[in-house]
Unconditional design. Sequence first.
Lengths: 302, 220
Amino acid sequence: MIGWLRHQKHALTAALHRLRAHPLSTLLTALAMGVAISLPGGLYLGLANLSQVAGELPAQPEISVFLDTRATDAHKQAIAARLKQSDIAEAHFVPRDKALAALSASQGLTDIAAGLTENPLPDAWVVRPRETAREAMSRVASELGTLPGVAETHLDSLWADRLQAGLAIGRAGVWLLAGLFAVALVAISGNAIRAQVLARRDEILVSRLIGATDRYIRRPFLYLGTLQGLLGGLAAIGVLAVAGLILRAPVAQLAGLYGSAFQLIPPSGLEIASVLGLTALFGWLGAWLSVARALRQVESTH
Amino acid sequence: MISFSQVTKRYPGGHEALSGASFTIEQGELVFLTGHSGAGKSTLLKLVAAIERPTSGMVSVNGQNVGRLSRLAVPYLRRNIGLVFQDHKLLFDRSVIDNVVLPLDIAGLDRRESLKRARAVIDKVGLLMREKANPVSLSGGEQQRVCIARALVSRPALLLADEPTGNLDAGYAADIMSMFRDFHQVGTTLVIATHDDRAISALGGRILHLDHGRVGEASA
């Protein structure tokens, strides 16, 4: 056990030593990995930011039912009774003063609301039918529109649905891209490790002759791949941080034009840790795949 | 300690380096392998250290059938054998002491203890002043002594040397041979392939003579 720990420590220091011995190639490999990972990483962050915007919008398809300002109490009760029927999943009443209060609170519309002398908004119901398919929605909407006392019905959130669907495609794209670039990462790492193995041919052959096991010889290269992957992950985070710094001002300006306090959200600690963990894992994998082959090559040319 | 029984080694292409070799070497013996170059001396040493496998026959070291040893077991066999090469096989990317300490690193020994042992054995071969030097800056004889130090640092019971004085002038060669005599006197089994007759007559010991792959006993 202690011998095993010593071997690990020895392999780790050897790997660090090799990284330091070739700073330029270490840096270039890390940059190649970093740029590769920053593409899916950047897309992921972009989508996370878009989702944040979209998250403020109603996600469920709803029908807004606006009442006529002249609707009588009897009409209102009839409408409330209709909305209790079984084809309606949920319905809640929004009185006109509450609607105005919500409008004033909502981003970008504060100025408009403040300029109003009287409340132009009608009472309304927000209705969620049990069936949310498009046809069922419009059927319910048009039926509600014929009730006495109803001024207008409005199918909300269809566009929000479309946005959500678009985001879902984007998210699938992130995973697709991440998968592809993980393969690229394995290839970059494998290639770097192969070069290292071939460059250390003499050491490998001599170590074999004086009793080194396969594992002893492989271990520093596996550490090397892992460390290289980790550096690649750090480089990717660096790339994204720089991109974030560059984008921050223009995004703030655009958000300002919409009267929104929206800001770019940086990746969470967990997300950063996962990126580093995954790049280290794929660096290790690339090393593992290439080292056995390269070792065979070294030993067969002996 | 070492026993060959009807060992034949044929290389791809048909060259037969050893033909039906049978002999036994006891623990603590000092044995010279002689014979013209190409007679099979190197092949014989390589078979002992499982660097080559016999085509037929049985090579046994310490009761282990070396020819049948699995790939995973070979490193552990080699850790008990000190190897001295004619071309030294030193690593030029590290200092003398880092070369010598390598077998102990491989065996997973405590680093500080390893360095102490390496320094002791470097002292024994008379290179303590040069422990931090790169082997490239050493003479051929000094490089050979580093190679011997590396072979001895793990205190193997068996030392195999392939033409250890082959490239050295007479003074260095005598130095190294007297070093071998000291190891023999403390009980190490030595098998030395050489055609340096002066060394053989100076040290005495048993002689196995190889002639076209056939082994015979000879007297000094």
